[in-house]
Design a protein around this ligand. Sequence first.
Ligand code: KDG
Ligand code: MG
Length: 412
Amino acid sequence: MKIDRAEVIVTSPDRNFVTLKLTTDDGLTGLGDATLNGRELAVVSYLADHVVPLLIGRDAHAIEDTWQFLYRSAYWRRGPVTMAAIAAVDVALWDIKAKAAGMPLYQLLGGASRTGLLAYGHASGKDVPELFDSVRSHLEQGYKAIRIQTGVPGLRAIYGVASNVTVAGNEGKRYDHEPAQRAPLPVEEDWDTRAYLTHLPGVFEAVRSEFGPDIPLLHDGHHRMTPIQAARLGKALEPYDLFWLEDCTPAENQDALRLVRQHTTTPLAIGEVFNTVWDYQTLITEQLIDYVRSAVTHTGGISALRKILDFAAQYQIKSGMHGPTDISPVGMAAAMHLGLAIHNFGIQEYMKHGALTDSVFQQSFTWSDGLLHPGDKPGIGVELDTDEAGKYPYQTAYLPYNRLADGTVHDW
Ligand code: KDG
Ligand code: MG
């Protein structure tokens, strides 16, 4: 079975998505997600100009060989653009292999280790009453675990809080859904770590006293703290029993987590911006984290993330795959198959895509009683309607960035 055709499809139904579609000489098709939020066209070029010509005529069954060939023959290794491109090829080939076998992909990865995947959603509010409404709405939607993000007094706009957006033209937009604004320039936000550290523990105290001790609560620090600030926050949040504190420091300095770990028993999750196992080497072997946040889409695909998660399993570290709306339905399906099969599954992030996205990507996953399941169609269970996709051309979009009160650029 040879790869006969490879197309890179860019579509922007609710937001930009990049999808690789491979077709074999016997007519099977496979899809892979290559979306890199805010830098989509770099991956389009990497794929279309440098990878597609190498794929035609290759054995579609030789997934590991193709992965190693793309990784090593480029000479220039790692990085989000390269690894998203390799991921798309890898997932499309797994999709094809599972269709050829007539099985849902999770069966080829070892079969189901559980009946469904515990998923968390994003509750947020500019203040505590609005946050409570959002938590209630998530509970009504069936979520059994909830991420908590709130506005901070004195700050205009803050990561993960829809109604706190006051930037001209974007007021009150569903921020989490489209953090990359469709505009020619990135939106500027403001940040003050001291105000955030003072405010956040009181928010968790309020949430616990309103909703009780049982519901797993999560929080995303979005890379903004120094190690000692993160250590202080982890310690301050201990009474509220978090499921995890995510991205407490900029993720590229693995040693920072050693300091945080020494000071707090709040579980730590990191890695949504990582691309390879090397980003986790110290974190895993020294047990400095509890959850691996990588998405299949940004970490070289199922083949590579499976190896990272198997490595993590030896240290009792679990999966917590990235699943905001900038992971396409194809990337989410890949995550669900992998999460169902591995033993060390922890939790899956799950934000619902918009209606237009669902009209472009036909999906077969189920969501019931707080659990996701990828479905039992052969392959990953997602098909792309190219006519629908063609109705929504790419739109320029950038993630926001932060400045401190004195004008210094800060991590976003
Ligand atoms: O593209 C950036 C988003 O994926 C990121 O901001 C979302 O941090 C995020 C999360 O935890 O979902
Ligand atoms: Mg995050």
